[in-house]
Write a protein that binds this ligand. Structure first.
Ligand SMILES: NC(=O)c1ccc[n+]([C@@H]2O[C@H](COP(=O)([O-])OP(=O)(O)OC[C@H]3O[C@@H](n4cnc5c(N)ncnc54)[C@H](OP(=O)(O)O)[C@@H]3O)[C@@H](O)[C@H]2O)c1
Length: 286
C-alpha cells in the first residue's frame, strides 16, 4: 500500500482530505500539522521522511492570513517559501512525489481572460509574493513537483467567507459586498478530491495546474448565492472595492483556466453554486 503524508492537515484543505481518505482505501494516510511536523524545521522534515516510508506528499500547510502577512513577512516567507523548499529537498532525497498547493494571488488580477498556468506571475502582496517564490523554490529543488493553484477556498472547516457571511447574514438586515472583484469560489472538498484523483492517476505529470470550481462570480453574487442556499433574508447591496478598503489590494479578476488539469487527469469539476449548496447543507446539518 502506498503512503500519503498530508502536512498542514488541520486547515480547511487538510481536513477535507481527512474526510475523503476512506474513499481512497488504496492509500495509507499520515496526517500531520505543526505539532507533529513543523515544516519550517529542515532537519525534522528530513528525519520524518527517513523514519516513515512515504510515497506521496500533499502539502496543505501554509501561512494564509493575507493582510496579517504584510506585518509578518518573515514568518510568512518561512512557511510559504523556505519550508516548501525543505519539503521539496526531502522529497527529492527520499524519492517522494510531492503535490503543493498555491494561489491565484500569484497574479495581480489585471487580466480579463482566465489565467493559464504559463501567464506571468506578478503578485501584489507579501502573501502572493511568498507563494510565488515558494513555487519557484520548489521547482528548483524538485523537478517532478506538481503545483496546484486554487482560488477563493472555503469549507465547513476553519474560517472563510462562506461561514463569515452566514453569520453576518443572520445578524444583520443589510450587507454591502464588492461586485468588482471577480473570480471562482472553490469548495475545499472538491480540491481535496481532485488532489487524491491526481495521485491515483497512472502517471503524475510534473508542472503547474489550475483548479477551482466551474463558473465565475463576484463576491456580491457569491453572497447572494450563500443567502439563497441558507434561506437567509438579508438585503445585499453591491459596492465597489474603493468603498471597502482592505490593508492589501485584492485582485479584480482572478479566474483560473482549468483546461490543463481537466485534460491531464480527466477531471470533471462541479459548478461553484452546486458545491456551495453542498457545503451549506453540510453546515446546516451540524
Ligand atoms: N484560503 C484561501 O482562500 C486560499 C485561496 C487560494 C489558495 N489557497 C492555498 O490553499 C492551501 C490550503 O489553504 P487552507 O485554506 O486549507 O489553509 P489553512 O486553513 O490556513 O491551513 C493551513 C494549515 O497549515 C498549518 N501550518 C501553518 N504553519 C505550519 C508549519 N510550520 N508546519 C505545519 N503546518 C503548518 C496551519 O496551522 P495554524 O492554523 O496553526 O497556523 C493550518 O492548520 C494553501 O497553500 C493556501 O495558500 C488558499
Amino acid at each position: 500500500m502506498q503512503t500519503v503524508l498530508v502536512t498542514g492537515s488541520k486547515g480547511q484543505l487538510g481536513n477535507e482530505i481527512q474526510v475523503l481518505a476512506p474513499a481512497y482505501p488504496q492509500f495509507n494516510f499520515i496526517f500531520t500539522d505543526v505539532e507533529e511536523l513543523d515544516i519550517c524545521k529542515r532537519e525534522a522534515v528530513d528525519g520524518f521522511f527517513s523514519e516513515n516510508k512515504i510515497d506521496f506528499l500533499i502539502n496543505c500547510a501554509a501561512y494564509t492570513a493575507v493582510d496579517k502577512a504584510e506585518d509578518d513577512e518573515e514568518k510568512c516567507y518561512q512557511i510559504n517559501k523556505d519550508a516548501v523548499g525543505y519539503l521539496g529537498e526531502a522529497s527529492a532525497r527520499h524519492g517522494v512525489k510531492m503535490l503543493h498547493v498555491s494561489t491565484d494571488y500569484v497574479f495581480d488580477g489585471k487580466s480579463y481572460i482566465p489565467y493559464t498556468e504559463d501567464a506571468p506571475v506578478s503578485p501584489a502582496t507579501v502573501y502572493g509574493r511568498s507563494k510565488a517564490e515558494g513555487e519557484q523554490r520548489l521547482v528548483s529543488v524538485l523537478e517532478s513537483a506538481v503545483i496546484v493553484r486554487t482560488s477563493w477556498l472555503y469549507s465547513s472547516f476553519g474560517n472563510n467567507f462562506v461561514k463569515t457571511m452566514l453569520k453576518l447574514g443572520r445578524e444583520r438586515k443589510r450587507l454591502q459586498v464588492v461586485y468588482d472583484q471577480v473570480g471562482t469560489p472553490t469548495y475545499a472538498a472538491d480540491l481535496a478530491d481532485a488532489l487524491l484523483q491526481i495521485i491515483s492517476a497512472a502517471e503524475l505529470v510534473p508542472g503547474i495546474y489550475h483548479f477551482s470550481n466551474e463558473g465565475v462570480c463576484s463576491w456580491y453574487d457569491f453572497t447572494l448565492a450563500i443567502f439563497k442556499s441558507a434561506k437567509i433574508a438579508c438585503d445585499v447591496l453591491p459596492i465597489e472595492s474603493r468603498e471597502y478598503p482592505t490593508k492589501t489590494p485584492r485582485p479584480h479578476y482572478s479566474v483560473l483556466n482549468k483546461q490543463k488539469v481537466k485534460s491531464a487527469y480527466n477531471l470533471r469539476i462541479a459548478h461553484w453554486e452546486d458545491s456551495l449548496n453542498r457545503c451549506v447543507q453540510k453546515l446546516e446539518n451540524h
